[in-house]
Design a binder for this molecule. Structure first.
Ligand SMILES: [Zn+2]
Length: 124
């Protein structure tokens, strides 16, 4: 399953970025998942639960998913349009456009620890 290996990747990334002592106090991971990232948030959450249930040291860690909508940029209008129902057209001039500037994100946005919060932005 695609999502299971993603979750494992997330933890190995964090293990290389933070010390064992820090990871012991980790409480939550915030992720940004773009609607075009090919990752299904529900499956991601299920995979995360499966991995953290199996790994004793991560049982207390929660996953928070923030969905990132799709946005395109229209050069002539110099305007970003948020895409709804996959209609890729500029909201101002109506020109079809697939110049995606947002929505492909798949990254760790923030990691929460017991006492402090650490910012990190890690793509995959
Ligand atoms: Zn336009």
């Amino acid at each position: 399953m695609h999502e299971i290996s993603l979750v494992r990747n997330i933890f190995s990334t964090l293990e290389s970025e933070f010390s064992k002592d820090e990871l012991k106090t980790m409480t939550a991971i915030d992720m940004k998942i773009g609607l075009l990232s090919n990752v299904e948030p529900v499956l991601m959450q299920n995979a995360f639960d499966a991995v953290t249930t199996a790994e004793e040291k991560y049982q207390e860690v929660k996953l928070n998913v923030e969905l990132v909508p799709i946005e395109i940029h229209c050069q002539p209008c110099n305007l970003n349009t948020t895409i709804e129902s996959y209609k890729f057209a500029c909201k101002s001039c109506g020109t079809p456009n697939n110049n995606v500037v947002k929505g492909t994100e798949l990254l760790i946005h923030r990691v929460h620890f017991d006492s402090k919060e650490k910012m990190t932005t890690q793509g995959f």
